[in-house]
Design a protein around this ligand. Structure first.
Ligand code: CA
Ligand code: CA
Length: 452
């Protein structure tokens, strides 16, 4: 072979490497219809949470009963079909006649399901499903017209709720953002901000139990970050976001990564772009996720076990109308298409489970359906998990080490259990060879482009 030919082959290899290493990653999204043929108001809510088994639960309003408003359901995946949780004596939790009711859902570490929503007096109420039945109503706030924005639980199953309370005369310029939390069964309320018009909020609770809240102020057209700790809430303006007149909710989303860095996604209505703000030391940095130039207000943010960010939002360009998933990995932002959505609205809620599966609930206003999409970040044939990723959450870490240690020196390992998955080389015992595999793959991650 001539030197020229060898150079050509080398060049082609480099070119192919370059092409494939820059190839946009596309997850394999599985789309399901949760509820067909519903009648939607423009602002019907949908919110999703996942339990410890990776099952998605969606709270949504649907199916107007004759002259009696909308009904609130909680549906869950059951072998690729969707079922509704029973709520004696019906399958709906509540009915409401208000124009645009919203419900928020969270699932705690005991897999108890918490749903917060307004009743017909616009008071904020909470019900909890313990796996077999719903609790009675707990009143969170009966002092005005309340609208839930977000509900989360911490590692001790304590609940936190962010909501807006407006006066009964509906003077929204006098509304408050309130953070309510249950600590050891006691309900506490903190006023985050007041005497203004607030349109959207999102909540994250850190490992110390402090609340981190992102919300939008309609009067100043600003995105604000608040941290509530021991009854005190601080407020910090992050960015101006343009005219919020048309916004209802779901326009900002907050999450905290493994290094305690706060991340916020939001829609910039000056440019109709999706942005990301994150706090390093004392200040927020701001970047544009995608200069869409045409997005709608709703966006939802989660962080995976490798600390990569995932944001879902709607692209509404003349040539491209879809539900988009953008993710931030070590090589920057990239995106893929979750589902084509032609109609204007796209109310979106994104969740991630302990196995790093993404779950998206959204409304398709063209089909008049509640939709669900799911994708795995690792574990499929294109993104195989590491051998030592025993719990298959896409990263080899302390959780795998804990399982491994509990089977140390086990013998007689055989399929399907393989000594709790700790017999990594499949040779029948958990020994020094398996430890070698574990240490070789230690902190390896099989998500997206961090695949080895
Ligand atoms: Ca793991
Ligand atoms: Ca072994």
């Amino acid at each position: 072979m001539s030197r020229i030919a060898r150079f050509d082959i080398l060049f082609i290899c480099f070119a192919m490497f370059f092409i494939f290493s820059n190839y946009a990653f596309a997850l394999n999204w599985e789309i399901q219809t949760v509820e067909p043929n519903i009648t939607l108001s423009n602002h019907t809510s949908v919110d999703i949470a996942v339990d410890s088994n990776g099952t998605g639960y969606i709270a949504y309003y649907s199916e107007p009963l004759e002259n009696s408003g909308l009904s609130l359901y909680v549906a869950y995946t059951n072998n690729d079909t969707w079922a509704k949780l029973p709520a004696d004596p019906n399958t709906f939790l509540s009915t409401i006649t208000s124009y645009n009711p919203k419900a928020c859902i969270a699932i705690d570490v005991n897999d108890h399901i918490h749903v917060v929503y307004p009743n017909n007096d616009s008071h904020l109420v909470l019900r909890t499903y313990d796996g077999s039945s719903w609790s009675g109503l707990k009143t969170i706030d009966n002092a005005g017209i309340c609208e839930p924005y977000d509900i989360k639980t911490d590692s001790n199953s304590n609940l936190g709720i962010v909501y807006r309370r407006a006066p009964i005369d509906k003077d929204y310029s006098k509304s408050k953002i309130i953070y309510a939390s249950y600590n050891s069964g006691n309900l506490e309320k903190n006023i985050v901000a007041q005497s203004n018009s607030f349109v959207s909020g999102s909540l994250a609770i850190d490992i110390n139990g402090s609340a981190h809240i992102a919300y939008l102020n309609e009067v100043n057209e600003t995105l604000i970050y608040s941290m509530c700790d021991d009854g005190n809430c601080s407020n910090e303006t992050i960015d101006t976001v343009g005219n919020l007149d048309e916004l209802e909710w779901g326009a900002t989303s907050i999450a905290i990564d493994n290094n305690d860095t706060v991340h916020i996604s939001y829609c910039d209505l000056n440019n109709f772009d999706i942005k990301h703000a994150y706090k390093t030391s004392l200040t927020f940095n701001i970047e544009t996720v995608e200069p869409v130039g045409a997005t709608y207000q709703w966006n939802s943010l989660v962080i995976d076990s490798c600390d990569f960010l995932h944001i879902c939002y709607k692209r509404h360009l003349p040539a491209e109308k879809n539900l988009t998933h953008s993710y931030l990995s070590s090589s920057g932002w990239d995106s893929d298409n979750v589902d084509d959505i032609n109609a204007s609205g796209a109310i979106i809620s994104l969740a991630i489970d302990a196995f790093d599966n993404l779950h998206v609930a959204y409304i398709d206003h063209e089909l008049q359906t509640i939709q669900y999409a799911k994708a795995t970040l690792c574990g499929d044939e294109n993104h195989p998990s590491q051998t030592a990723d025993i719990d298959e959450n896409c990263v080899v870490d302390m959780r795998d080490m804990a399982t491994f240690s509990s089977h140390w020196f086990d013998t007689g390992c055989s399929e399907p259990n393989d000594c709790g998955g700790a017999d990594l080389d499949g040779k029948g015992s958990v020994d020094i060879n398996d430890l070698g595999i574990l240490s070789e793959q230690w902190l390896d991650c099989s998500i997206l482009d961090c695949m080895p």
